[in-house]
Design a protein around this ligand. Structure first.
Ligand code: 3H9
Length: 693
C-alpha cells in the first residue's frame, strides 16, 4: 500500500508514501479511502490529517496511469475526494514542498488546509494538455477567487504557498513543524460542532464575472491556437460560475475525458517524460559520483562564448573568460552587460543582480588563469586545427580532473580528445545560439569520455536549466545531422518547382517556429555553405542541389548582409520575398533541364518532416541517440518543432510508421529520389506495425 496509517493524540495520520512524488495512483487512492474509513470506525479517533512523505505532499494524479485500465479503476480520485468531503470527522490536509494537480484537488476537498512555507502550489494539468479533472476548476475559484484561480489554471504555473497565505486557500501556515501543527489544528477542529466547512459551499464573488470570463476566453483562445486544453479550462470555470458547482463538476469531468485522448495531450505527456528520460544514460547508473563544479572557464568571448558564460553566471557560478586580445575581451564583456541590461529594462533582473552577475566574471588574456577551473568550455573557431591548439594548451594548464569541453557543432570529438593526454575528461557541450536563451544542450559522448564526466555534465545542465540530451559522435550529432537532410529536401523542392516563401509557409503552418529559408537567413547562409564545401571534398558522391551555393556566390548571406533567400529593409527583420532570388531559382531549374511543377503543401511538409524521421531512425539504429524520445527532445527544445506534435519521432508514430515508410518509398521513385534511402530500422518497424517510442 502506498499510504501509511498511524495515530497521534487521537488523530489519524494518513501519510501518502508513493515515491518519488506521491502520485495518486490506484494503490495510493485505495490507501486514502481505507484510511478515512478506518478512522471513521475508530471511536478513539476525533480527526484526520492527510500528509505526504518525502519530497512532496503530492505531485497529482499518476500520469503513467493515464490511458491504462488502472486510471479507471475504483476508487477513482473522484471517489477519494467524495470520501474526504463526506467524512464526519474533520479532515486537515498538511501540505509541504509540492501540492499539484490532483494533489491540490485532494487538499481542496478537505475541511481544512495548513501549509508549510515554500511549497509549490499548482494546477499544472494544462501543461499536459488536459484540465484539472477532480474538481480543480470548481473548487479553486471558490477558494481563492475567480481571477486568481483562472490565472493559475490556465497558466499551470506554480505559486509559492507563502504568496497564497491570505488567499483563502489555507486555514493556517505552519510556523515550525508542519505535522505537529496540523495535528494540533485537527484536535481543535474536532472540538467544534460539525458539519465542518467545505470549499464547494463557498460562493464565487466577482463584480462582473460574465464579462471577465468572456474576455479571458477570447484572450486564451487567441494565445493557444494549437492547444485545446486552455479554452476548456475557461469553459469549465465558466460553467461552474453560471450553473453552479455540480453542473460545473460534471462538465469538467467530460472535458477531462475528452482531452486526455487528444493527440496534443499525448504529445505533451511524451515531452514531459522525454525530458526526464533524457537525463538518464543507460549505462551510467543514477548514483554515479559527480565531480564538483565550483568554477568554470570559457574560451572565446564572442557571441557563443559570452552566451555560454551567462548560463553559469545566472546560476551563481564564477566564470573565467579567456580571449586572445584585449579589445575582443572588452567587446565580449560589453555584450554580456548589454544582454543583462535588456533584462533589467524588461524588469526581469534587478540592478543588484546584474552587478552581482558581472562581478562573477574574471576576464583574462592568459591560459594560466584557467588552472583552477573545474570545467573549461571552448567556443573558438570551428576548425580542427584551431581546436588542436586550444586542447593541447588546455592539457598543459588545466588541473587534474578538470572537465575539458568543446562546443563544436560538427567536428569529431574523438579527434579533439586525442589532442590531450586525458581523453576521458573530454566531452562535447554543444550549446545552441543564443546560448543564454536556447534550452537545448547536446552533450557529446566521446569513445573515452568517463561516466562520471557525463553524470557531472548532465547534473550541471539541470542547474543551468538546460534540457541535456546525450549524443554519440557523428557529423552534426543528432540535431544538425538530421537538419541537413531536411535542408537538402528543401533545396530540392526549390529546383523542382517551389519557392522559399511557399516552403516556409507550409512548414510554419505545420507548426515549426521558422521555415528552413527564414532560419538559414537568420543563422547565416555562409555557415551551410562552408559545411557543404567540406562535404564536396569528403563525400563527393553525396548529391546536393547547388542552388544554395549560387545564392552564396552572390553574397546573399542572410539578415546580416541585408539579403538572403529573402530581401530585408535596413534595420528590419521582416523577410520579404525576393523577385531576384525567385528568378535565380527559375533560371537554375531551366539550366538543369528540370520542368518545374506545382508542389502541394502536404508534399512539402511530408518531405521535410520525413527527412528528419528517416535520418532519426538511422541515428537511433547506430546508437548515436539511445532512445527515440531523446531525438524528440532535441527537436522540441533546439529546432522549433511544434511541441503539440511531440517531436519528429513521436509524430511519425502518430502518423503510423507504415504510412511514413510508404511515403518515403514513393519519394524514392521520383526526382531526386536517391536522397531517400529508407532506414532499415524504419522499414522493419513499419512492417511489424511498431513504433519508435
Ligand atoms: C492530474 O493531477 C489530473 C487530475 O487533475 C485529475 C485526475 C482524474 N505522475 O520532475 P522530477 C515523476 S495530472 C507520475 O524530476 P522534481 C517523474 O516522471 C498531474 N510520475 O522531480 C520523475 O520520474 P523519474 C498533474 C510523476 O523534484 C520523478 O517523478 N501534476 C509525476 O524536479 C521526479 O520528477 C503534474 O503535472 C506524476 N504526477 O519536480 C505535476 N510527477 O525519476 C508534474 C512527477 O522516473 N510533475 N513524476 O524520471 C512536476 O511538475 C514535477 O515532477 C514535480 C517534482 C514538481 C512534482
Amino acid at each position: 500500500m502506498a499510504v501509511d496509517y498511524s495515530i497521534r493524540d487521537g488523530v489519524a495520520v494518513i501519510t501518502l508514501n508513493n515515491p518519488p512524488v506521491n502520485g495518486l495512483g490506484l494503490s495510493t487512492r485505495t490507501g486514502i479511502v481505507e484510511g478515512v474509513a478506518r478512522a471513521a470506525q475508530d471511536p478513539a479517533i476525533t480527526a484526520i490529517v492527510i500528509t505526504g512523505a518525502g519530497k512532496a505532499f503530492s505531485g497529482g494524479a499518476d500520469i503513467t496511469e493515464f490511458n491504462t485500465p488502472a486510471a479507471l479503476q475504483e476508487p477513482s480520485l473522484d471517489t477519494v475526494i467524495k470520501t474526504v468531503e463526506q467524512s464526519t470527522k474533520p479532515v486537515v490536509v498538511a501540505i509541504h514542498s509540492v501540492a499539484m494537480g490532483g494533489g491540490l484537488e485532494l487538499a481542496l476537498s478537505a475541511h481544512y488546509r495548513i501549509a508549510a512555507p515554500g511549497a509549490q502550489i499548482a494546477l499544472p494539468e494544462v501543461k499536459l494538455g488536459i484540465l484539472p479533472g477532480a474538481g480543480g476548476t470548481q473548487r479553486l475559484p471558490r477558494a481563492i477567487g475567480l481571477e486568481a484561480a483562472l490565472n493559475m489554471i490556465v497558466s499551470g504555473a506554480p505559486v509559492l504557498s507563502d504568496k497564497l497565505a491570505t488567499s483563502g486557500l489555507f486555514d493556517a501556515m505552519a510556523k515550525s513543524d508542519l505535522l505537529d501543527e496540523a495535528i494540533a489544528f485537527a484536535r481543535k477542529a474536532a472540538d467544534k460542532p460539525g458539519p465542518h466547512p467545505l470549499v464547494r459551499d463557498r460562493k464565487i464573488e466577482h463584480p462582473n464575472a460574465e464579462g471577465f470570463l468572456q474576455f479571458s476566453r477570447n484572450t486564451v483562445a487567441a494565445m493557444s491556437k494549437n492547444y485545446p486544453a486552455p479554452v476548456k479550462c475557461v469553459d469549465a470555470i465558466a460553467m461552474g460560475v453560471k450553473q453552479g458547482f455540480d453542473v460545473g463538476l460534471a462538465f469538467e469531468r467530460a472535458c477531462f475525458v475528452e482531452l486526455v485522448q487528444t493527440p496534443e495531450s499525448h504529445a505533451l505527456r511524451h515531452a514531459f517524460f522525454g525530458e526526464r528520460a533524457a537525463s538518464k544514460i543507460p549505462d551510467v547508473p543514477s548514483g554515479t559520483a559527480v565531480r564538483e563544479i565550483a568554477e568554470v572557464a570559457v574560451i572565446g568571448a564572442g557571441t557563443m562564448g559570452g552566451g555560454i558564460a551567462m548560463n553559469f553566471l545566472n546560476a551563481g557560478i564564477p566564470v573565467t573568460l579567456l580571449e586572445m586580445k584585449q579589445d575582443a575581451l572588452d567587446r565580449g564583456l560589453a555584450t554580456i552587460r548589454k544582454n543583462y541590461e535588456v533584462q533589467l529594462k524588461k524588469g526581469k533582473l534587478t540592478a543588484e543582480k546584474l552587478e552581482a552577475r558581472m562581478a562573477l566574471i574574471r576576464p583574462t588574456l592568459s591560459y594560466d588563469d584557467l588552472a583552477k577551473a573545474d570545467l573549461i568550455i571552448e567556443a573558438v573557431f570551428e576548425e580542427l586545427g584551431v581546436k588542436e591548439q586550444v586542447f593541447k594548451r588546455l592539457d598543459e594548464v588545466a588541473k587534474a580532473g578538470a572537465i575539458l569541453a568543446s562546443n563544436t557543432s560538427t567536428l569529431d570529438l574523438n579527434k579533439i580528445a586525442a589532442f590531450t593526454k586525458r581523453p576521458q575528461d573530454v566531452v562535447g557541450m554543444h550549446f545552441f545560439s543564443p546560448a543564454n536563451v536556447m534550452k537545448l544542450l547536446e552533450v557529446v559522448r566521446g569513445k573515452d569520455t568517463a561516466k562520471d564526466v557525463l553524470a557531472t555534465v548532465m547534473q550541471l545542465a539541470k542547474k543551468i536549466r538546460k534540457t541535456a540530451v546525450v549524443s554519440g559522435v557523428c557529423d552534426g550529432f543528432i540535431g544538425n545531422r538530421m537538419i541537413e537532410q531536411y535542408i537538402r529536401q528543401a533545396l530540392y523542392m526549390l529546383e523542382e518547382g517551389a519557392l522559399p516563401a511557399q516552403i516556409d509557409r507550409a512548414i510554419e503552418k505545420f507548426g515549426f517556429a521558422m521555415g528552413p529559408f527564414r532560419m538559414s537567413d537568420l543563422a547565416g547562409n555562409d555557415i551551410g555553405w562552408a559545411i557543404r564545401k567540406r562535404r564536396y571534398q569528403e563525400q563527393p558522391d553525396l548529391k546536393y542541389s547547388q542552388i544554395a551555393d549560387r545564392l552564396c556566390e552572390s553574397g546573399r548571406f542572410g539578415q546580416k548582409t541585408g539579403a538572403g533567400w529573402y530581401d530585408y529593409k535596413p534595420g528590419e527583420r521582416a523577410a520579404l520575398p525576393s523577385a531576384l532570388v525567385d528568378d535565380m531559382i527559375l533560371a537554375y531549374s531551366n539550366e538543369a533541364g528540370i520542368t518545374r511543377r506545382k508542389i502541394r503543401d502536404e508534399e512539402i511538409v511530408e518531405r521535410l518532416v520525413y527527412a528528419l524521421v528517416n535520418e532519426g531512425a538511422k541515428i537511433l539504429a547506430e546508437g548515436i541517440a539511445s532512445k527515440a524520445s531523446d531525438i524528440d527532445m532535441v527537436y522540441l527544445t533546439g529546432y522549433g518543432f511544434p511541441l503539440w506534435r511531440g517531436g519528429p519521432m513521436f509524430y511519425a508514430d502518430t502518423v503510423g510508421l507504415y504510412n511514413v515508410a510508404r511515403a518515403i518509398r514513393g519519394y524514392a521513385r521520383e526526382a531526386n529520389g536517391d536522397a531517400w534511402q529508407i532506414a532499415p530500422s524504419l522499414a522493419a518497424l513499419a512492417d511489424e506495425h511498431g513504433t519508435f517510442n
